[in-house]
Write a protein that binds this ligand. Sequence first.
Ligand code: PBG
Length: 333
Amino acid sequence: MFLLHRGRRLRQNASIRSLVRETSLSPADFMFPMFIVEGENQEIEISSMPGIYRRSIDLTVKEVQELYTLGIRAVNIYVKVSDDLKDNTGKEAWNTEGLMQRTIRAIKATCPEIIVMPDVALDPYSIYGHDGIIKNGDVENDSTVEALVKMAVSHAEAGADFVAPSDMMDGRVLRIRKGLDEAGYTNVGIMSYSAKYASAFYGPFRDALDSAPKETGEVVPKDKKTYQMDYANRIEAIREAIWDVEEGADMVMVKPGTAYLDIVREVKDAVNVPVAVYHVSGEYAMIKAAAEKGWLDHDKTMMEQLMCIKRAGASLISTYFAKEAAILLNNNV
Ligand code: PBG
């Protein structure tokens, strides 16, 4: 039969498919999120995130070296802060001897080549589990921004390569840029969580840090919807990303990942800086749980999701699968 188009010609074997493949994935595309706890020789698995641990600094450093050997070039750092250090000012967040600051120093001392991107937000330090300072029943924007600037500068002082504000306060990128420059850290970059949605997919992460908004009996918002975005919105994401670029963000991030790939593509087309995507804890947990039940093929669904995130326009992907995916990629699977 004469047919005008035979699309299957380009799919007939693995070699031709590899020649015409439009998107590629490599370990250097990944950033690995890590959870840090006090102590020594601590490695506690997070029950809703099998294979992901809260580690003390000594074991974190070892893990970072392994990640680097696998070709991973960046880590996102989150700390689990003890309850007695939490308050409504977040002041522990800029303690030069705080867990985050000690972690950054330890990683940079042993593996200086890896890009360290600490999380900038007050939730791990907040008695309320909110990303900022509570005043008059809500997170107050401007005083929170002041706190975030102090936090970001202290991260830079400890040796961070990038700071990653994940709080969704207005105007924080501009203020952080100004604060970093004034303190002399002109080479420390900002990866802004620009389009961060109020998402139920963050559940396992909040288990990991014990950072979910708390019931305290006081008048505080029970969720993060007054600062994180409404998942029904699209144009707002583009606006947020453009503002952040104008304010000096070196990279912008869309979060979560797979359910938001339309946003990734539109933000990618709207800005001229690298777009990062956070493949979040709930996305990880879903694949792990389905694979445990034998309902999905773990490795195949993992690789498919990561490739699709790149295809949508991500230049880099923060993912709990970074290590497993890097191992598969390095073995040419
Ligand atoms: C908090 C923060 C969250 C995540 C990263 N930074 C949770 C939240 O906003 O409540 C979620 C990441 C994940 O789910 O993997 N600043």
